[in-house]
Design a protein around this ligand. Structure first.
Ligand SMILES: Nc1ncnc2c1ncn2[C@@H]1O[C@H](COP(=O)(O)OP(=O)(O)O)[C@@H](O)[C@H]1O
Ligand SMILES: [Mg+2]
Length: 327
């Protein structure tokens, strides 16, 4: 297997006011072409981890390697390979108009005017904002400004894109739009994605691997979304609210009904439908009370007969906010 793009091993950082963040436990490793989500509550150290990856912070202890170099010392060697979308895009957008802003990097790298034009148009088109090229950034919506910053991050065609809370403050449609866009960048252009978020509901839509941070940076879990969400109770202990479906199916398992861990509404509906249909043919009902936690009684609703092919079952499920899954 080739060397990972990123490896962070037990980094310890002390901020000037002596706040200590220890990103330890498991190593943080990103392989080429992966979509990695860093999940954790506010203040757990997600941004601190990304700042180390971007060489903006240097650890007091521990090792950081990005494309084989220490980014705090040699970021200039890898800067064209790394695109960044910061949490506060208004700090990132520096020029008055969209074109000025997106063209900033290629102009400062000395590309000739025709090449700059070509690069900017390609980035704007990739992000779907070619129509905004002459707009004043200040007057754009929050979602549009985030796309401008994203176009600026993509203009040099980086292999790695690092995004800090990219979905924060976006309405559901803009969020779904951005999830779809990032997945497309990954699928069509092979961009490796590292995304810090506290939003568990995007994970299923766009993560190959998830790292869960808790406390002051401790990496408490790592794996595929299915692996990580298998133990919803443990996530809660780490102050990460698990997706409602992960919690529901863990509770069902405690009640003696093992249906796996579907994280998408469609899959959950299918699994419950099949289980309900089997139950109607004589499978014993589970206990109505979770054994350990003394949860309130849950009466499992099952269709009394297999549903007709023309009707859809009504399931007592809250609609998941998972959005934009394009795969
Ligand atoms: N510049 C700073 N000075 C002092 N403390 C900071 C600074 N930046 C972050 N911290 C602290 O470090 C911890 C981790 O912060 P951060 O990495 O921003 O967490 P997250 O991105 O997960 O919300 C928090 O306790 C935060 O208050
Ligand atoms: Mg943060």
């Amino acid at each position: 297997m080739s060397e990972p793009i990123i490896r962070v091993s037990c980094v310890k950082h002390t901020y000037p006011d002596r706040t200590e963040v220890h990103i330890c436990g498991l190593d943080f490793v990103v392989e080429k072409g992966q979509r990695v989500v860093v999940l954790g509550p506010n203040g757990c150290g997600k941004s601190t981890l990304l700042f180390h990856v971007l060489g903006l912070l240097e650890p007091r202890e521990g090792d950081v390697s990005v494309f084989g170099v220490n980014p705090a010392r040699h970021f200039n060697r890898i800067r064209e390979r790394v695109g960044v979308l910061m949490q506060d895009v208004d700090e990132q957008i520096i020029a008055p108009t969209v074109w000025d802003d997106v063209s900033f990097s290629p102009r400062s790298y000395g590309y000739d005017a025709a090449e700059v034009d070509r690069m900017v148009e390609r980035a704007l088109e990739r992000v779907g904002i070619a129509h905004l090229r002459h707009k004043v950034c200040h007057y754009l919506s929050g979602g549009e400004r985030r796309k401008v910053a994203l176009a600026g991050a993509l203009v040099l065609e980086p292999e790695l894109l690092v995004l800090d809370e990219p979905f924060q403050g976006l309405d559901p449609a803009s969020r779904a739009d951005l999830v779809g866009l990032l997945n497309q960048l990954h699928r069509l252009h092979g961009v490796t994605l590292v995304i810090a978020t506290h939003d568990v509901n995007i994970v299923k839509a766009m993560a190959d691997a998830v790292y869960v941070l808790a406390g002051r940076g401790e990496i408490v879990a790592q794996g595929t979304p299915d692996d990580v969400f298998r133990d919803a109770a443990r996530l809660k202990q780490s102050n990460v609210e698990p997706p409602v479906l992960a919690e529901l199916f863990q509770r069902l398992e405690q009640m003696g009904v093992s249906l796996g861990r579907p994280l998408a509404v469609e899959e959950a509906a299918r699994v419950l439908w099949e289980w309900g249909s089997r139950g109607a043919r004589g499978v014993a009902a589970p206990p109505t009370r979770a054994p350990a936690e003394g949860a309130p009684p849950v009466a499992p609703a099952r269709p009394s007969a297999p549903p007709s092919s023309s009707s859809q079952p009504t399931l007592p499920l809250e609609r998941s906010t998972t959005t934009g899954e394009d795969e």
